[in-house]
Design a protein around this ligand. Structure first.
Ligand code: DON
Length: 305
């Protein structure tokens, strides 16, 4: 496995110069586009990684499966389904164009910004600070690192400039889908996007979803298998945004990307994988990351289709 991962990184390294790092969150423009890491987690907690797989990056949209999971754990499937649908939008992750005058759950899904913002309201807590703390603790447990923290500069940068997300949240308010104060909900969402993680931790999280909610080391159940299936099914259809169909063809397993350059991939019952390479394609997915996952999938026959 070590040799395969090293070969994949060598073969795909030139893709790190294609695409562009995200700049719409000003702080993300400072990320080094040459970074490239990959890590896989196998049954019994066996781990393999290479390149910059210990480097930290902000989760960004890779946190959306965690927001969905905690909403499911706190509020249950019915409440989640009633608020946020599961159909792919075929549009960018921050699209506004709900032109039919009737924004409902059927128009959004948990993997786009609008859906994730709405789902923050289904996480339990007396305040939004408490809700975020519970989300951070969940992510820490999944990642196997009790010290995960927020990158304060990225968080502040997005809070200052995130007016598109603000507009999306006010739209949810206007259509009666959320009722809590927008700035409080967004504060939870922006902090969630700014949690720092590395590929090793992210591949462990992916493995727990692949393992249907059981921890890799202890075998202890952390959440019900039906929640793992719910989260990974939405990752499969919506996790790579308007690149999800192409990704299903070329890679073939559930995955979630983030504009920080991370992607986590879930190969049900087999493995978790995470890649990190900050240069993004037009959908907001890591260029080198997608190529590396494609090569891994071909080498190990990982497509679920
Ligand atoms: O809300 C945003 O725009 C970012 N914090 C996250 C978006 C994102 O990661 C889209 N991913 N590819």
């Amino acid at each position: 496995m070590n040799a395969l991962l090293a070969q994949i990184l060598a073969d795909c390294a030139h893709y790190t110069s294609q695409g562009h790092v995200a700049t719409y969150i000003p702080e993300l423009a400072n990320v080094d586009p040459g970074k490239f890491g990959i890590h896989v987690t196998l049954p019994n907690g066996e781990n393999y990684g290479t390149g910059d797989d210990q480097d930290r990056f902000t989760m960004q949209s890779v946190v959306k499966p965690m927001i969905l999971l905690l909403a499911l754990m706190d509020s249950g499937i019915t409440a989640v389904r009633d608020l946020v649908g599961v159909e792919a939008t075929g549009k960018p992750f921050d699209a506004f164009n709900y032109s039919d005058q009737a924004l409902t759950g059927a128009h959004i899904n948990p993997m786009i910004n609008t859906g994730a913002i709405a789902l923050c309201t289904l996480i339990h807590g007396n305040t939004y600070e408490e809700r975020f703390d519970r989300l951070l603790n969940l992510t820490r447990k999944l990642a196997g690192n009790p010290n995960l923290e927020v990158d304060q500069s990225v968080y502040r940068s997005e809070k200052l400039t995130g007016n598109k997300n603000r507009a999306l949240a006010y739209m949810l308010t206007a259509y009666g889908m959320i009722s809590d104060p927008v700035e409080k909900i967004l504060d939870c969402y922006f902090k969630a996007c700014s949690i720092l993680i590395n590929c090793r931790e992210l591949s462990r999280i992916a493995y727990i979803f692949a393992n249907h909610g059981l921890f890799p080391d202890t075998g202890e159940r952390f959440f019900p298998a039906e929640y793992a299936k719910y989260v990974t099914a939405t990752m499969a259809t919506c996790g790579m945004y308007d690149g999800s169909g192409e990704f299903a063809l070329t890679v073939g397993f559930p995955a979630k990307s983030g504009v920080g350059g991370g992607i986590m991939g879930v190969i049900p019952r087999r493995m978790g994988v995470a890649v990190f390479a900050p240069s993004l394609d037009k959908h907001g997915n890591s260029v080198a990351g997608v190529q590396a996952l494609s090569q891994l999938s071909q080498a190990l026959d990982l497509s679920i289709y």
